[in-house]
Each structure stands twice: as structure tokens, then as C-alpha cells.
Ligand binder design. Structure first.
Ligand code: PEP
Ligand code: MG
Length: 572
């Protein structure tokens, strides 16, 4: 039995599909038979061409003109005589393996392109990297995740998965996944929870220890994994799996119950969404609205920035699907572990403390303007609220808000009819939580982003599996900051929501209710569990717990009483 970090609950039993590690892709090897090595290279090249041809055809058939054009450009690069000649010569003269010859050649071209000021040329860097990855995968006999056409159900085992990879997983085929890197609030883990796919992260060495086809048991609740387990363990987990399916079915009864406590305190139980299918889940699980629409996903699964019209359609769809219920859309929060292939960001030592989210939008004004225009134009179709991420000071909020107002008046002048749109902020940086009383005078609402608030308060990288034991939402400092924000919102009469992962984890439900939280926003799959927990609580019980907890000096003590209240087996 192996232990990792629980990332998404549920039990998966299935065969492993191991994705190759990035660092294993290119290892320099000396070869003795250049002709054979070159044959391998040309074979991989031919396979990549066939693959790209299929992509072009599929894109043309489904009317994705832009994708078809990009693939056609890839096809041209694959025939570039200089590139092919250089790889060929390297294999012949330097007697190195095809992977290494290809990688070094591509790096040479990438460096050249990076040195130009020409934006068009710079964009080719992403194409070259993408192509290089594809040829390499054919050389190694494996395809990149995005292109795997999984024929059978499997459990994906990888060193690391990018959020855009996880978003592409087919939940019908992928029963679970294991990664070596990542923490419980990495976006990959968040997406797994949303897809309701069991996942364990932080599994050091798992891509070496597991082979394709090994039988795996993944317990995403406990963070345990069995590799080729004995029959009695398998039997035990099959029983557990059946019990969980029954439990899930029973939960559907909660759907029609009101969002309130046992003693009638009304609450808002909202959904976090990113991908379009999550909207349908929000509706299916009777969300009272959308508390967080992560717009990054609209930007991530693309080859270029989405246009104003494309964005408008996506926001309009969300508003219409929610039929008048509030929909809080967060402006682009890119950076950290969320990257855009076509918007190369400078490598930074501390990306989570770097040029991201609102900081980036305030510099890339055209990008920000396009998004705000699309948002305002969509405001006629429902109850839209705009939210800025990563706000760290009042000036920054004022600047962003003034820019939004400028965009709004620009649209009014152009003759657009717009709805009323409250503007709020994510409270996810300690400076903002500390100044919550001042922010409450200027922002229309708050949403506490505990995923980042915990990492910044405790100085613990949310992605770092080695620090996962220190990433502690039950930390008294975190709970005090949350209380400060809730109190400030209450005094100023503005709504305070919470959209970090804490809001969807039943272990925190009673203490958060007791601290004063009334709007919980979470991945749709958690809505019924949290509603059930809240339905069983009274406000007085929750307040008594919060009072007790606030006097406690350590996370361990707080955790033990909160978990005892919720029941140990419900742990995420
Ligand atoms: C958060 O930080 O809590 C949050 C909801 O934002 P994200 O997870 O997208 O950073
Ligand atoms: Mg955040």
C-alpha cells in the first residue's frame, strides 16, 4: 500500500496507463547504427504527419477553421528541409539518438525565434514545441495525453498533469489518476473533484513503480493506492466502491431540499465552474447560482485568445443556463499553475507571487478590455456579477474598477443596453483580508479564495507536495482572517461568499457557518454533501463550535474537534 495526498474522493479500480515523464523524454544516448536511428526518426516523422493530417481533417469537418489552419502550419513545419536535414546530420555526425538530435535542433530554432521582436515569429515557438512533443511521443511509442484515444477504461499515472490536460480527460474512460507532483488545491486536483474522478497526488516515484496494465486501487478519500493488490484487498475495495455508489444515489434526495440549516437559516449554495459541462452539473445539483466562474478555462483550451464575441457567447450561455440566479464571473486569473500556450509569460522564480491575474490584466489592457466588453454585453441575460482576482491593495481595486467603468461607458456610447453589474473582489491575499473593513466600503461583494489565502498566509506553496502537511486550512491564523473578512462584510452589509476548496469540504462546514459564512461556493459535485451537512446543523451549535475553535492555538486541536463533529469517514 502506498500513501499520497488525497485530491479527489472516491474509489477507482482499474488498469494503469502510465504517461511518460518529461525528463525521460529526452536523454542523450550514444548510438552505433546511425542508419537505424535515422530510420526511427523518419518513421516518427511520418507518423506525426499522418496524425496531423487526421487533425486537419477533423477540424475541417467540424468547422473549426482556425484549428485547421494551425494544424496546416504544423504540417508545413514537419516538411521544413532545414529542420529535417539538421536532425539527420546530427544523428549521422554526432552519433546521438534521434530524441536528443531532435530536441537540440528544435531548441536551436526556438532560441533564434525568441530573439526576434516579431510577434508572428515568436508565436511559432509554441508550434515548434508542440510539434517536437508530438514527434518525441511517436519516437517513444507513446502519445501525449491530449491525443490519447483511450480505448479502455484506465487509471492515468503521470508525473504531472497540467490543468488543461485534466480538463480534457474523458470521465467515461478515465477512472482515476495518480500524479507525482501537486497539492490538494492545485487546479489539477480541483478539476478532478469537479469531474468526480478519484485522484491521489504527491505520489513520489509512482511513474517508475507502476507499469502499463498494472491493476490499481485508488482511494481518493484516504490518499491510498494499491499496486496489483491481493484478491482479498480487491474484494474489500469492490465492496467499498459499491457502498459509495449507493451513498451517492441516496444523496440525490437532498437535491430538492432548501439550502438552509436545521433551524431555518437561509443560505446560498453556489457552484464553481470553469468548463461548460460544469454548468450542467451546477444545474443538475440545484446550485443557487454560480459563485465562481473561472474564465481561465475559456482561454486555456485554445490556440489563441478568445475573441470578444466568443467570450460573450460563453458568458451569455452561463447566465441563461442559470435562469436569473446570480452568476459571479471572475476576470482572467492566469499565471501560477495556469498557463496559456499562446501567451508566453516570462519564467519567474515565484510564479504564484508573480505577474499573474489582475496584475497581468492591468498591464495587458487590451486583453482586459476585450473580456470586460464581453462581460458587460452579456449582462442583459441574467444576474451578472464581475469579480477581480488577486487584489492586494485598494489602489489596485480602484484602478481595475475605474477601467471597468470606462469600458462600460464606452459600450453605452456605442448604444449597447447593459444590466446592473456589481463588482466584487476575491479576498485571497492576507493584505486584503486585513483591510477588509476598508475594502467593504468600495467593493460590492467579497469572495474568500482560501486556496490562495492559505498558501499566502502560511507561506506554503499550494502545489508543493512536500509541504502538503503544512498547507493547513484549519490553521488558527487562517480562521481568524476568515472571521475578519466575514465580520467586515457583515458590518458593511455586503455579501461575503467563499469559493476556495474549504467551502466544499464538509469538515469545514460547521465552523465556517459558525464564523458567519452564509454563501458557500464549491465544485458542483460537493453541493449535495455540503447541503446535507448544513441541513443537519443549527446556527447555535455552529456558533458555539466557532467560538471554541477561535480560542484554540493549534491547527491540530481545531482539526480534531471539527472532524469529530463531521464524522471521520467524511474526510476528503
Ligand atoms: C482560491 O484561491 O481560493 C480560488 C478560488 O482561486 P483559484 O483556486 O482559481 O486560485
Ligand atoms: Mg486564487
Amino acid at each position: 500500500m502506498r500513501k499520497g495526498i488525497p485530491a479527489s474522493p472516491g474509489i477507482a479500480i482499474g488498469r494503469a496507463y502510465v504517461l511518460i515523464k518529461k525528463e525521460d523524454l529526452v536523454v542523450k544516448k550514444e548510438i552505433t547504427d546511425p542508419a537505424a536511428e535515422k530510420a526511427r526518426f523518419y518513421q516518427a516523422l511520418a507518423e506525426t504527419k499522418a496524425h496531423v493530417d487526421a487533425l486537419i481533417k477533423a477540424a475541417q469537418e467540424s468547422g473549426r477553421r482556425e484549428s485547421a489552419e494551425i494544424f496546416a502550419a504544423h504540417r508545413l513545419l514537419l516538411e521544413d528541409p532545414d529542420l529535417i536535414k539538421t536532425v539527420d546530420a546530427r544523428i549521422e555526425q554526432e552519433k546521438v539518438n534521434a530524441e536528443f538530435a531532435l530536441e537540440t535542433t528544435l531548441n536551436y530554432y526556438i532560441n533564434l525565434l525568441n530573439q526576434t521582436d516579431n510577434v508572428y515569429m515568436k508565436e511559432r515557438v509554441a508550434d515548434l514545441k508542440d510539434l517536437g512533443r508530438q514527434i518525441l511521443h511517436f519516437l517513444l511509442g507513446k502519445k501525449p495525453l491530449a491525443e490519447i484515444d483511450l480505448e479502455e477504461e484506465c487509471i492515468i499515472v503521470a508525473s504531472e498533469l497540467a490543468p488543461s490536460d485534466t480538463g480534457r480527460l474523458d470521465p467515461e474512460k478515465v477512472q482515476g489518476f495518480l500524479t507525482e507532483l501537486g497539492g490538494p488545491t492545485s487546479h489539477t486536483a480541483i478539476i478532478a473533484r469537479s469531474l468526480e474522478i478519484p485522484a491521489v497526488v504527491g505520489m513520489d516515484g509512482i511513474t517508475t513503480d507502476v507499469k502499463d496494465g498494472d491493476l490499481l486501487i485508488v482511494d481518493g478519500q484516504q490518499g491510498t493506492v494499491y499496486i496489483n493488490p491481493p484478491p482479498e484487498v480487491l474484494e474489500e475495495y469492490r465492496r467499498k466502491q459499491e457502498a459509495q455508489v449507493k451513498e451517492r444515489k441516496a444523496l440525490t434526495a437532498v437535491k430538492s431540499l432548501p439550502s438552509q440549516t436545521r433551524d431555518g437559516q437561509e443560505l446560498n449554495l453556489l457552484a464553481n465552474v470553469g468548463e461548460p459541462w460544469e454548468l450542467s452539473k451546477a444545474v443538475e445539483y440545484s446550485a443557487d447560482g454560480i459563485g465562481l466562474f473561472r474564465t481561465e478555462f475559456l482561454f486555456m483550451n485554445k490556440e489563441r485568445l478568445p475573441s470578444e464575441d466568443e467570450q460573450f457567447e460563453a458568458y451569455k450561455e452561463a447566465l441563461q443556463k442559470m435562469e436569473g440566479k446570480p452568476v459571479t464571473i471572475r476576470t482572467l486569473d492566469i499565471g501560477g499553475d495556469k498557463k496559456l500556450p499562446y501567451l508566453p509569460l516570462i519564467d519567474e522564480l515565484n510564479p504564484f507571487l508573480g505577474h499573474r491575474a489582475i496584475r497581468l490584466c492591468l498591464q495587458e489592457k487590451e486583453l482586459f478590455r476585450t473580456q470586460l466588453r464581453a462581460l458587460y454585453r452579456a449582462s442583459l441575460y441574467g444576474q451578472l456579477r464581475i469579480m477581480f482576482p488577486m487584489i492586494s491593495g485598494i489602489e489596485e481595486f480602484r484602478t481595475a474598477r475605474a477601467f471597468a467603468e470606462e469600458v462600460r461607458s464606452e459600450l453605452t456610447k456605442e448604444g449597447f443596453q447593459l444590466g446592473r453589474v456589481p463588482i466584487g473582489i476575491m479576498v485571497e491575499i492576507p493584505s486584503t483580508a486585513i483591510l477588509a473593513d476598508l475594502f467593504a466600503k468600495e467593493a460590492d461583494f467579497f469572495s474568500i479564495g482560501t486556496n490562495d489565502l492559505v498558501q499566502y498566509t502560511l507561506a506554503v506553496d499550494r502545489m508543493n507536495e512536500r509541504l502538503a502537511h503544512l498547507y493547513e486550512p484549519f490553521h488558527p491564523a487562517v480562521l481568524r482572517l476568515i472571521k475578519m473578512v466575514l465580520d467586515a462584510g457583515d458590518r458593511a452589509g455586503i455579501e461575503v461568499c467563499m469559493c476556495g476548496e474549504m467551502a466544499g469540504d464538509p469538515h469545514f462546514t460547521s465552523v465556517l457557518l459558525g464564523l458567519g459564512l452564509r454563501s458557500f461556493s464549491m465544485n458542483p459535485g460537493s453541493l449535495l454533501k455540503v447541503k446535507k451537512t448544513l441541513n443537519g446543523l443549527t446556527l447555535d451549535e455552529a456558533k458555539a463550535l466557532a467560538e471554541k475553535v477561535l480560542a484554540m492555538p493549534t491547527a491540530a486541536e481545531i482539526k480534531s474537534i471539527c472532524i469529530n463533529i463531521q464524522g471521520k469517514d467524511e474526510i476528503r
